[in-house]
Design a protein around this ligand. Sequence first.
Ligand code: ADP
Ligand code: MG
Length: 323
Amino acid sequence: MLETCTSCGRKFAPQYAYQVAMVPQPGGAPERRFFCHLECRRAALGEAAFSTRRARKLAILNQKGGTGKTTTAVNLAAGLAERGFETLLIDTDAQGNVGASLGVKGDRSLYHVLVEGQDAADVAVPVRGSLDVITADATLAVAEVWLARLDQDRDRILAKRMGSAHRRYQFILLDCGPSLSLLNQNALTYADEVLIPVSCDYLALVGVKQVLKTLKDIERHLGHSVPIAGVLPTFYDARIRLAKEAVATLRGHFKDRLLDPIRRSTRLAEAPSHRQTIFEYDNSSTGAEDYRRLVERIVGSDRPAASSHRMPSAQASEYPRAV
Ligand SMILES: Nc1ncnc2c1ncn2[C@@H]1O[C@H](COP(=O)(O)OP(=O)(O)O)[C@@H](O)[C@H]1O
Ligand SMILES: [Mg+2]
């Protein structure tokens, strides 16, 4: 549908999040405004339109595959967006499972942000109400090689490239691949917290050691510790004694940073093949219940102490949205 740019009067079809803004009206309900370019948006709303917020940035990471990282990233992001938080989900895994799970295929991906320096706001695709996504695909492998050849700051490029994106969102989630690659180091340098999903199946075998090793490896790579938003047991089955024991051991170690487990649920495994989040696919499933609890826990928690950032105020003014 064509809309009229509030600044220049041009007719255009809004495609990106920044092209729509709800602008507060004195004494009345906010009104929707459209902008064909970032410059038009800036001209009408000024820099303040981009500077009222500072996102919490969470990297969802575990160097092992199949621990529920993508499932957690997609459903936590969807749940936060459903709660009205402006949320950006960035896929930093060349497998591109985020796009596949949500049924989006952007014509551009994280490669274009990292290597070509394109504006994250242009590359982000609005996928649901308050949820935008930057997708990934096999070109990320090329980005990794490109990063490795850089002389300096090769683990800080993402933070540089994302520019002021954190001002446009309240949450930015990064779905990481199963490694401690340069891409993941970039994700960790950009993020201010890490959320670690741990499969209870796996835990039953190797225990808490593997989680500690992941954290140690992260710290070694970064040269400093990274605040933990939480350790999240996944694939939990209360009927299996070892799973219960594993969670108890984790609780002993991580105390209040251990989050309530996500139960094993066929509905969670099925949802991505329907290109749906768990809330869309089966809102009354145990999976939806567990991820809703996680959303509330993250929303209700402060940023970890090591971070000095404050949560944005609920009244923070308008925010650009695509239709
Ligand atoms: N709680 C769960 N119960 C059942 N299946 C799950 C659960 N969480 C994830 N899955 C499924 O397990 C597989 C691996 O999960 P995924 O989130 O892709 O892991 P990762 O991103 O860590 O590799 C996927 O097929 C996913 O649908
Ligand atoms: Mg994954």
